[in-house]
Design a protein around this ligand. Sequence first.
Ligand SMILES: [Zn+2]
Length: 276
Amino acid sequence: MALAPAPAQAFQALALVDAGPGAVADCGWEEPGFPACDGPGQARPRLYTSARLYLPDLRTQPMFDLHIRVLPGGRRTLRLANTIWNSGQGSLELTGELDPATNQTRVLQHIDTAQGDPRKYLVGEFVWHPTHDHWHFDEFTLYQLWTLKADRSLDQVVASSDKLSYCVIDSDVVDGEHPGFSPRRSYANCGQRQQGLSVGWGDTYKSFLDGQSLDLTGLPDGFYALTSSVNPNGVIIEEDYTNNSAQLYLAIRGNQVSEVTLKQIRAAECDKTVCE
Ligand SMILES: [Zn+2]
């Protein structure tokens, strides 16, 4: 069966795949529910429905408040603040359900539809975060520091946060002009029952919070790229998966870090070698 035609209305449901008999995918969702994909290297899950959905669209703002902290014992860490926000047509709404058999809190994503029959899809787990002292949605973001190739594209990951859990709440207004924005803060609790991110709202994790750091120990001075990605497994159903990451270029010198442009990197490297 062909792809579902894109609805003409404003609520473009871009992630829809209407897969009929014979369609093949590694993993995915179908109604009324299907286990979310897991495991590294798996294809992004596909959503099998012909319903018109009001989907969230998760994005990452450029990281800020970057600084280096040297810990007792000498470990050198890069600390960073990060904001995830929702630019989509619908809220990200996550509700938890305790599974008594496993004692895990399964998380369902609620999605409103144009037909007025909300859908629920299993997308992951809420986990207790002992140092933040509240519940998090697991594997929500990923921070990585990269070396650069000669053409300044990303080369290798030299520091990674691994996939981080997050308490997903409305903490800041990012786009108050969005047609779907409401000034009401709908998601404000880091509980086990419901978390989410309203349209136009962002969720900021400040640099002092546990987890907002990368280990730089042993890393030589130089230029690097820092990336932050939301929904790194693609398990949350959203409009567009290509706009989930933000990227900055950094100069790291000893215990100093500064944001630089590609032009500045090129100029500094020309000082050391012969450039045209
Ligand atoms: Zn937290």
